[in-house]
Design a protein around this ligand. Structure first.
Ligand code: KG4
Ligand code: ZN
Length: 332
C-alpha cells in the first residue's frame, strides 16, 4: 500500500511517499527556520503562508524521486492535529483535494501518534515498547502495548524538553531553534563546569524542566557580569550548553530506564525532534551496547524532527480519524 503523506502542523512543510508503513520511497522537508529565526520564534501567519508556497514543489519532488504518478497512490493522508490551525489546514486541504481528484481514500493523522510511528520507518520494530517522546511541545513516556493501545505513563509538568532547549538557546544568543545549536556547543564545553539541578517530581516518571531553565538563566546573568572578552563569552556559552545538556540527558535517561524496568519492557524507542540530540543518542546507545538483551530504536536523523514519512507510517498503522481533536493516548 503506497501512502502519500503531508505534514504541515508547525514550521516544516513535508511530503513523503511510504510503502506498507515502513519503506520510505521519497521524502522532502522544507524548513522555515530562516524566516522564523528573525523573530526568535514561530509566527503562525507566516508559517501558514510559507506552507502554501512550499507544498506544491515538495509534492512534485516526491513524485519525481519515487517515479510514481498520482494514480499509483493508494491513500492520501495529512496531519490533522495538534498544531497551528492555519498551518494544519494547508496540508489537510491539499491531501483531501488529491483524494477527491483520484478517488482514493483520505486518512487523518495525529501528530504525536506519528512521532511514535517514526520508529517503524526502515525498521522491524513491533510493540510492546516504551517510547520516550521528546519534541518542542511534548515530553512524554508512552507505554505502547499495541498499535491501538498506548498509555502515557509520565510527562512534563511544565516545559517540554525542546522548549527548554529553545529558551536556553535564546539566553545563550545562539538563534532559533536553540536545540541543534546547543547540541553543537555542548560538544565543545565541559559538562561538569556548572552543577545544575535535577527536579524531583511526585510521580517517578514525570519530568520538570522549568527549574533547570531558571537556574541556567541565573547562571548566564551572573557570568555575563564578569565578562571581559568575546572569547570568554564563547567559553561560557560552551560550558553552560554542556552542563545543561548533561543534566537533561541524565534526567531523561534515568527516568526512562527505570520506567522500562518497572514495566518489564525490553524495548525502548526515542522519538520527536529532540531525539536528534547527539548527547541523548550517545547515552542510550551506550546503554543498548552494554545490555544485549534490550533493544533500542531511534529514528534516522531526517525522521526525528517533523517529517511526512512518519505521517505515512502512522496512516498505515493508525486507527483512522478525520477529526481535529481526539485523544489518541490513554492516561495511566
Ligand atoms: O518534533 P519537532 O520537529 O516539532 C514538534 O513537534 O515540536 O521538534 C522540534 C524541537 C525544537 O524544540 C528543537 O529545538 C528540538 O526539537 N531539536 C533539538 C535538536 N534538534 C531539534 N533539541 C536538542 N538537540 C537537537 N539536536
Ligand atoms: Zn513534531
Amino acid at each position: 500500500m503506497k501512502i502519500l503523506a503531508i505534514e504541515s502542523s508547525c514550521d516544516d512543510t513535508a511530503v513523503a511517499i511510504v510503502e506498507d508503513g515502513r519503506k520510505v520511497l521519497a521524502s522532502q522537508v522544507m524548513s522555515q527556520d530562516d524566516t522564523h529565526r528573525q523573530f526568535g520564534g514561530i509566527i503562525p501567519e507566516a508559517a501558514a503562508r510559507l506552507h502554501s508556497d512550499a507544498v506544491h514543489s515538495c509534492l512534485q519532488k516526491v513524485l519525481e524521486d519515487s517515479r510514481l504518478a498520482l494514480n499509483d497512490i493508494d491513500c492520501f493522508t495529512a496531519t490533522l492535529g495538534p498544531g497551528l490551525v492555519g498551518s494544519l489546514l494547508i496540508g489537510a486541504t491539499t491531501a483531501k483535494t488529491l483524494s477527491l481528484m483520484t478517488g482514493k481514500p483520505f486518512r487523518g493523522v495525529h501528530h504525536l501518534y506519528a512521532h511514535v510511528c517514526s520508529n517503524f520507518l526502515q525498521s522491524d520494530l513491533e510493540p510492546p515498547f516504551l517510547c520516550l517522546l521528546v519534541s518542542g511541545g511534548h515530553t512524554q513516556l508512552i507505554h505502547v502495548k499495541s498499535l491501538s493501545d498506548m498509555t502515557i505513563v509520565g510527562e512534563t509538568l511544565d516545559d517540554a524538553v525542546g522548549e527548554a532547549y529553545d529558551k536556553v538557546g535564546r539566553l545563550l544568543e545562539v538563534g532559533f531553534p536553540g536545540g541543534p545549536a546547543i547540541d553543537k556547543l555542548a560538544a565543545l564545553g565541559n559538562p561538569k563546569a556548572y552543577p545544575l539541578p535535577i527536579a524531583r517530581t511526585k510521580q517517578p516518571y514525570d519530568f520538570s524542566f522549568s527549574g533547570l531553565k531558571t537556574a541556567a538563566l541565573r547562571l548566564v546573568e551572573q557570568e555575563k557580569q564578569s565578562l571581559t572578552s568575546d572569547a570568554q563569552w564563547q567559553t561560557v556559552q560552551q560550558n553552560v550548553a554542556a552542563s545543561f545538556q548533561a543534566t537533561v540527558v541524565k534526567t531523561l535517561f534515568t527516568k526512562t530506564i527505570k520506567c522500562a524496568d518497572d514495566l518489564g519492557l525490553n524495548t525502548i524507542t526515542i522519538a520527536g525532534g529532540v531525539s536528534a540530540n547527539k548527547g541523548i543518542r550517545k547515552q542510550f546507545e551506550e546503554w543498548a551496547e552494554n545490555t544485549p538483551d534490550k533493544q533500542l530504536y531511534i529514528p534516522k536523523m531526517g525522521f526525528c524532527t517533523d517529517n511526512a514519512a512518519m505521517i505515512g507510517a502512522s496512516a498505515y498503522f493508525n486507527p483512522i480519524t478525520d477529526q481535529l481533536d481526539y485523544e489518541v493516548f490513554s492516561r495511566g
